[in-house]
Ligand binder design. Structure first.
Ligand SMILES: *[C@@H]1O[C@H](CO)[C@@H](O)[C@H](O)[C@H]1NC(C)=O
Ligand SMILES: *[C@@H]1O[C@H](CO)[C@@H](O)[C@H](O)[C@H]1NC(C)=O
Ligand SMILES: *[C@@H]1O[C@H](CO)[C@@H](O)[C@H](O)[C@H]1NC(C)=O
Ligand SMILES: *[C@@H]1O[C@H](CO)[C@@H](O)[C@H](O)[C@H]1NC(C)=O
Length: 176
């Protein structure tokens, strides 16, 4: 039950920006007929803002306009998805390189090559989460679906890198 309520609240929140006083009577009649299923103000707001819907003289005309309004939105969403897929493919490369690098770091650490491990992690791993985040942030999609994920990775890799630096600089006694 919570989800339909959330959707209605969202619709109501979006509607005021679109609300227009000059809605046609066919829009009013159509929206009034839908009142139980659709928030009236949202219905009138969305349709009144569209010239074709506002000019419609019957319900069929309003329906055609509503389909077009939806198609325009779906087209825009499809474009965003395409940008995201491209950017996420690049992010997949970044994270896959990062993982390879971490495997090398593990080998270096195991062999006691702290300076190699330190160099490797800073050159090939540390910046990757930020690279992904910047790519999505600056990308055409104007959406970053996992800035939180990137942030967690960035914190963890900096932590690992910082600890390796301690070993490398011999700031702690690492002999057991
Ligand atoms: C349609 O309804 C709105 C209020 O929702 C009202 O302001 C407007 O005058 C009405 N238009 C017609 C043509 O009935
Ligand atoms: C809907 O879109 C089609 C294709 O773009 C267009 O030919 C038609 O006139 C539009 N109809 C309305 C009511 O907006
Ligand atoms: C470790 O780094 C040194 C230079 O700092 C390099 O000569 C050496 O080949 C590296 N070892 C490995 C296993 O990468
Ligand atoms: C970093 O990655 C590149 C490309 O995979 C690799 O050639 C290089 O050896 C790695 N390590 C360092 C320290 O640059």
């Amino acid at each position: 039950m919570a989800q339909p309520i959330a959707i209605i609240l969202l619709a109501v929140a979006i509607a005021p920006g679109l609300a227009v006083g000059s809605s046609s009577s066919v829009i009013n009649t159509t929206c009034a007929a839908l009142k139980i299923l659709q928030p009236y103000d949202y219905c009138v707001g969305v349709l009144s803002a569209d010239p074709a819907a506002a000019a419609a003289t019957d319900v069929a005309g309003v329906a055609a306009a509503a389909v077009n309004i939806t198609a325009v939105k779906a087209e825009s969403t499809l474009r965003i998805i395409t940008y995201l897929v491209d950017d996420l493919k690049t992010c997949r490369e970044y994270y896959s390189n990062m993982l390879e690098s971490l495997a090398d770091v593990r080998v270096d650490l195991g062999a006691g090559r702290f300076s190699n491990a330190s160099f490797e992690i800073s050159v090939n791993a540390t910046a990757r989460p930020d690279d992904c985040d910047i790519l999505l942030f600056e990308g055409n999609a104007h959406k970053d679906p996992f800035t939180h994920e990137n942030g967690e990775n960035a914190l963890l890799v900096r932590l690992a890198s910082g600890i390796i630096d301690l070993l490398n600089k011999n700031l702690v006694n690492h002999g057991f």
